[in-house]
Ligand binder design. Structure first.
Ligand code: NAD
Length: 427
């Protein structure tokens, strides 16, 4: 099948390479010329396990990237996977999806029936009220001359390829029966073991927001419990151990720490808050979820100050820049507010991440270490901001850690290794 994907970011490119590996002819469209060139040369524009390998195999063969929408002609299904970032006020910015729809409308003028699938995360009713009217500028009628589905994406950065191959559920919101059936057939043929949920367009849009809001709530919940536990000398991870066997609770997404980041949870919760307010609702719980999350990095500073006094002039190593392990993505990483606050406190900051690069705004104000050893050798205080497995190597660096304290914002060590001084953010 010839499949078009608009937006070759984490979602679009991960999905595109998986579909190419299943033998489809995939056309990726992106406005970023450098990204397109990289993809066509078989190189991933960002770090994602397994992506390089798939790209090397399929780029230039049955996977091609382009900046021109004309390449979408003759596609049977076109997925829209462009970004939906936050606006200044926290509401969702739909301009990239609208722009993609404007350009697609030009292509629709010259094509036969094609199914257009919105994969980007968009607030409920966006597809009906915003995107379909733009697509119909083509002179064609949605539900008759072209199909429309809303199919939210649930993959996770760091495991994107595997997540797409083994989707825990596929949600298909459809404008009409024909569109829904076409997408369902496509998924059944390619991913036969994934359960499919069929709903209407706005329900599909809401399922994505409700899922992310729930995950974010779990994290802020356990962080709040952890903050209370810390005062009582209780290990919150042991508390979770005792909770997780209750099938109504489960153990996933209850890792207390410095808070959630990434390209989805913070922006989607904020967008849902704004959207709810526009509808005249006051989403108190969701607001608290964000508030708790924003305070966690400060807690890691407070804990250190309580233990070692003022941080002015002290050398502090921040281990980890990425918002989580397995990715180079810095979007909404908790490392950034942590570093900013450390600099405000007058600390000298040394950062190390095995994959992620320093964001431009920190250039010149922090020192970059080339290895874990270099970072901790130079510092007197160590703070862990990302859950990289690699940081367990600290256990083997006792000689450079003598007299130093490690403050964990992420749980790296379940048992404190003998000879290391470690204190957790909420354990
Ligand atoms: P991204 O920023 O990594 O990629 C978006 C791409 O779209 C960029 O390469 C950009 O250049 C391109 N683009 C923007 N406007 C375009 C246009 N008009 N035409 C062609 N290309 C255009 O974004 P992402 O992380 O892949 O997320 C895409 C969507 O999927 C968002 O709505 C996001 O919320 C959602 N989502 C993301 C994840 C994730 O883990 N990253 C998971 C699930 C859902």
């Amino acid at each position: 099948m010839k499949i078009g994907i608009i937006g070759a970011g984490f979602v679009g490119l991960s999905m595109g390479t998986v579909l190419a590996s299943k033998g489809h002819e995939v056309v990726l469209i992106d406005i970023d010329k450098a990204k397109v060139e990289k993809i066509n040369s078989g190189e991933a524009p960002f770090y994602e396990p397994g992506l390089d390998e798939l790209l090397r195999k399929h780029a230039g063969k049955n996977l091609k990237a382009s900046t021109g929408y004309e390449a979408l002609k003759n596609c049977e299904i076109i997925f829209i996977c462009v970004g939906t970032p936050s606006k200044q006020d926290g509401s969702v910015d739909l301009s990239y999806v609208k722009d993609a729809c404007e350009k697609l409308a030009e292509i629709l003028k010259e094509t036969g029936y094609v199914l257009i699938v919105i994969k980007s995360t968009v607030v409920p009713t966006s597809t009906e009220k915003e995107f379909i009217p733009i697509l119909e500028k083509s002179g064609k009628k949605a539900g008759k001359d072209f199909g429309v589905c809303m199919n939210p994406e649930f993959l996770k950065e760091g495991t994107a390829i595997r997540d797409f191959l083994e989707q825990d559920r596929i949600v298909i919101g459809a404008l009409d029966e024909k569109s829904g059936n076409m997408l369902e057939r496509f998924y059944r043929e390619n991913f036969p073991s994934s359960p499919i949920v069929r709903v209407d367009l706005r329900t599909a849009e809401m399922i994505k927001y409700a899922s992310n809001a729930f995950l974010a709530t779990k994290i802020s919940f356990i962080n709040e419990i952890g903050n209370i536990c810390k005062k009582l000398n209780i290990d919150v991870y042991k508390v979770v151990e005792g909770m997780k066997y209750d099938p109504r609770i489960g153990g996933h997404f209850l890792n207390a720490g410095i808070g959630f980041g990434g390209s989805c949870l913070p922006k989607d919760v904020r967008a849902l808050i704004k959207f709810a307010e526009k509808l005249g609702e006051e989403p108190k719980l969701l607001k608290s979820v964000i508030e708790i999350n924003e305070k966690q990095p400060e807690r890691l500073i407070e804990i250190a100050k309580k233990r070692v006094g003022e941080l002015k002039g002290r050398k502090v190593a921040v281990l980890g820049l990425a918002f989580k392990s397995g990715t180079s993505d810095l979007r909404e990483t908790r490392a950034l507010p942590l570093i900013t606050k450390l600099l405000e406190e007058g600390a000298e900051v040394i950062v190390y991440d095995p994959v992620a690069k320093l964001p431009d705004e920190l250039n010149g104000s922090v020192k970059i270490a080339n290895s874990l050893k270099e970072a901790v050798e130079e510092a007197e205080i160590i703070k862990i901001a990302t859950d990289w497995e690699h940081f367990r190597e600290l256990e083997k660096m006792k000689e450079c850690l003598e007299g130093k304290i490690i403050f964990e914002g992420r749980r790296i060590f379940d048992e404190k290794p003998y000879g290391l001084e470690i204190e957790g953010i909420c354990w």
